[in-house]
Write a protein that binds this ligand. Sequence first.
Ligand code: AMP
Ligand code: ZN
Ligand code: FE
Ligand code: FE
Length: 292
Amino acid sequence: MRIDLHTHSTASDGTQPPAEVVASAVEAGLDVVALTDHDTHAGWSQALAAGDRLGVRVVPGVEISCLRGGVSVHLLSYHHDPAHEALTRMLTDSRTSRESRARRMVDRLTPDTGLRWEHVLEHVHGGATIGRPHIADALVAAGVVADRDEAFATLLSGRSRYFVPHSAPDPVDAVRRVRAAGGVPVLAHPAASKRGSCIGDTDIEALVEAGLAGLEVDHRDHSETERAHLREVAGALELFVTGSSDYHGTGKRNRLGENTTDPEVLQRIDAAADRSGRTGTGGTAGDGVAGA
Ligand code: AMP
Ligand code: ZN
Ligand code: FE
Ligand code: FE
């Protein structure tokens, strides 16, 4: 059984619509794929329908943008109630802040590159969560850079003078809201130091206190040393470990199924969601504690 628990579609900054991500998952020989777009559930219904049609299990998820002490933290959630108010309000606020942040980055880029907001919008599917990859696509189309990689290495890097951060919740708050919504919170690529600073082990302990359930350990942005350390942390804190691709279609090199999650861990994720009163797709009605 091959399980990939972290992918993106055009509902955020992936390059394939949700149904195509699921079709590609089948081609890649996966049995289970989670759709985890940034700060949105917009792709869920299309992905779940495609999963039913194509005979692959789709786990509904989201990757929540967070900030702790100025450090970017990504939190995956599986199986939560997409109608839970406190959680959806947090996601809506992030999407709003992401758009004004992207506009400000474009304003800074305009004098030097000629890039304008309309150019960026040409690369954003209706209602998608806007991110730097969309600005990158517009810069590629304008011939300013060759690909998303070059854009991130230069104009769009966190150290660039064109960079603007967006506001985002503290991950402790996000973990609490995910649990309140019946979801299972897993810290995404916790040690991906290539992307910038990472939170430390004490922060992870604070997240566990709030209800964190697992760590994404097998991810291409982690070195072998980082993976070994994270496995120790997970063991000490009784967290499960996942592995996933963080697939973005043609937008990144990450290939579907390049890292996978143990079936026993998926059972734990399903069971943890059950205890919160939800089972996600095809599940029975809640036991009344969802949202508690
Ligand atoms: P943002 O969320 O707007 O700050 O942009 C970060 C997103 O860009 C993350 O989802 C990354 O997966 C993606 N990203 C980071 N580096 C690259 C890269 N070199 N090429 C393509 N996408 C990237
Ligand atoms: Zn992304
Ligand atoms: Fe991420
Ligand atoms: Fe991701």
